[in-house]
Design a protein around this ligand. Structure first.
Ligand code: HEM
Length: 147
């Protein structure tokens, strides 16, 4: 319960518009693993991440990612209700060539974003709380790769 409070409060403190935070997260992601950029069909004529991330399609994906995280935060008490949605979301990512292993670096990028946005409010218990929630989301999405 304490963990849920940490997650809810910190997510809320990022403000209503989560897109800028999503941009920080995905800029970090492409820095850590530039190959992921190539999985976006619309990344063809942009080599450098900052340019890519300002294109409408990328902003669209970032917005969608933030909405999924927002849904998870809103459903901390009943995350299982998102299971089917997340499994299907996993399937869609399998179809575009994402490997489940890449979710580790996505998680790192999420923590990086939280750390840079929250500053001193980013504590060890907070980090752990987010990791726990993230691992539930990832394991649900990863079921989408099962045959
Ligand atoms: C769709 C790539 C991580 C949520 C897509 C698409 C691509 C993609 C290529 C289809 C085109 C588009 O809609 O823009 C990736 C890559 C990721 C990643 C390379 C990192 C390895 C995530 C994460 C989430 C997410 C972590 C949320 C937790 C979504 C959603 C859609 C989507 C909601 C739309 C699915 C639909 O059409 O119903 N992603 N994605 N993605 N992605 Fe991701």
């Amino acid at each position: 319960e304490k963990e849920k409070g940490l997650i809810r409060d910190s997510w809320e403190s990022l403000g209503k518009n989560k897109v800028p935070h999503g941009i920080v997260m995905f800029t970090r992601l492409f820095e850590l693993d530039p190959a992921l950029l190539t999985l976006f069909s619309y990344s063809t004529n942009c080599g450098v991440a900052p340019e890519c991330l300002s294109s409408p399609e990328f902003l669209d994906h970032v917005t969608k990612v933030m909405l999924v995280i927002d849904a998870a935060v809103s459903h901390l008490d009943d995350l299982h209700t998102l299971e089917d949605f997340l499994l299907n979301l996993g399937r869609k990512h399998q179809a575009v060539g994402v490997k489940p292993q890449s979710f580790a670096v996505v998680g790192e990028s999420l923590l990086y974003m939280l750390q840079s946005s929250l500053g001193p409010a980013y504590t060890t218990p907070l980090r752990q709380a987010w990791l726990n929630m993230y691992s539930i989301v990832v394991s649900a999405m990863t079921r989408g790769w099962a045959k």
